[in-house]
Design a protein around this ligand. Structure first.
Ligand code: HEM
Length: 231
């Protein structure tokens, strides 16, 4: 149930109430397109991100142990019913490097579409208005020039100043970059904290393949055995 304080503050209510500079409301089609767009942009990306973080944690015990150590150091400072705070998230530096390395190796969104709104010339090429193209992470994420030994899962790539600008682009880049990048960081780290603190992970299909169905997906759905710590 909504309290008076939260009533009308959800996204759908806002879209129903907002008007443009001419006082026009959004059409039903615009609102449904926006809601569907947001569901697609937020749900599949995040679930793919946490799936592959889990996969890497289950496959790489040394990295799992480091994440466990970092998460337990935070857990020890908190009471049993305390929620994670922003300060806690800021302390999860190694864990975020692991999540970023997972996003580099297996980016949930592999490409995004663009359409030029005007004629323009770039680097000697003339791009006409209406030209449709797409950018992709594949040109840099696995390029040994930017990520030496690119197939190696190595969270230390993100230490210090990290990768060169615009080489690590799981959230895109520029004005249309994912607006929920920081929110996604919270989601992924809160997920890692809760899983790793409670369970050890063991993949049930050690050599399970990954396929791309618009996003990467483990073919059998990544069955994992969760073993509570201390058992
Ligand atoms: C790990 C999770 C996520 C990843 C990897 C991701 C990745 C991306 C990428 C690559 C783009 C396209 C950027 C471009 O065109 O340059 C994008 C756009 C977008 N994302 Fe995310 N995203 C994630 C989570 C989310 C979440 C949780 C939401 C909403 C709550 C969200 C909302 C959006 C929206 C609305 C856009 C379109 C922005 C625009 O066109 O101006 N994303 N995202």
């Amino acid at each position: 149930m909504q309290s008076n304080e939260t009533a009308g503050r959800d996204l759908l209510s806002r879209m129903l109430l907002v008007t443009d500079e001419d006082g026009q409301f959004m059409s039903e089609m615009e609102i449904s397109n926006n809601i569907i767009g947001l569901l697609v942009a937020s749900y599949e990306t995040t679930s793919t991100a946490v799936t592959f973080v889990l996969k890497h944690l289950a496959e790489l015990p040394r990295i799992y142990n480091e994440v466990y150590r970092e998460m337990m150091a935070i857990a020890k400072t908190k009471g049993p019913n305390d929620l994670l705070s922003w300060e806690d998230i800021e302390k999860m530096k190694y864990s975020w490097n692991v999540a970023r390395e997972s996003l580099r190796v297996t980016p949930p969104a592999q490409e995004a579409f663009r359409e030029s709104v005007t004629d323009f010339t770039y680097a000697g090429f003339t791009i006409p208005k209406g030209w449709k193209t797409f950018w992709t992470v594949h040109t840099t994420h696995k390029n040994p020039k930017y990520f030496p030994d690119p197939e190696k899962f190595d969270p230390s790539r993100f230490e210090g100043s990290g990768p060169a600008p615009y080489t690590f682009v799981p959230f895109g880049g520029g004005p249309r970059m994912c607006p929920a990048k920081e929110y996604a960081r919270l989601e992924v780290l809160a997920f890692m904290y809760n899983v790793v603190r409670s369970f050890k992970l063991e993949k049930l299909i050690p050599d399970e393949k990954t396929v791309i169905h618009s996003s990467p997906v483990p073919v059998k759905g990544l069955p994992v055995c969760l073993q509570p710590h201390g058992n």
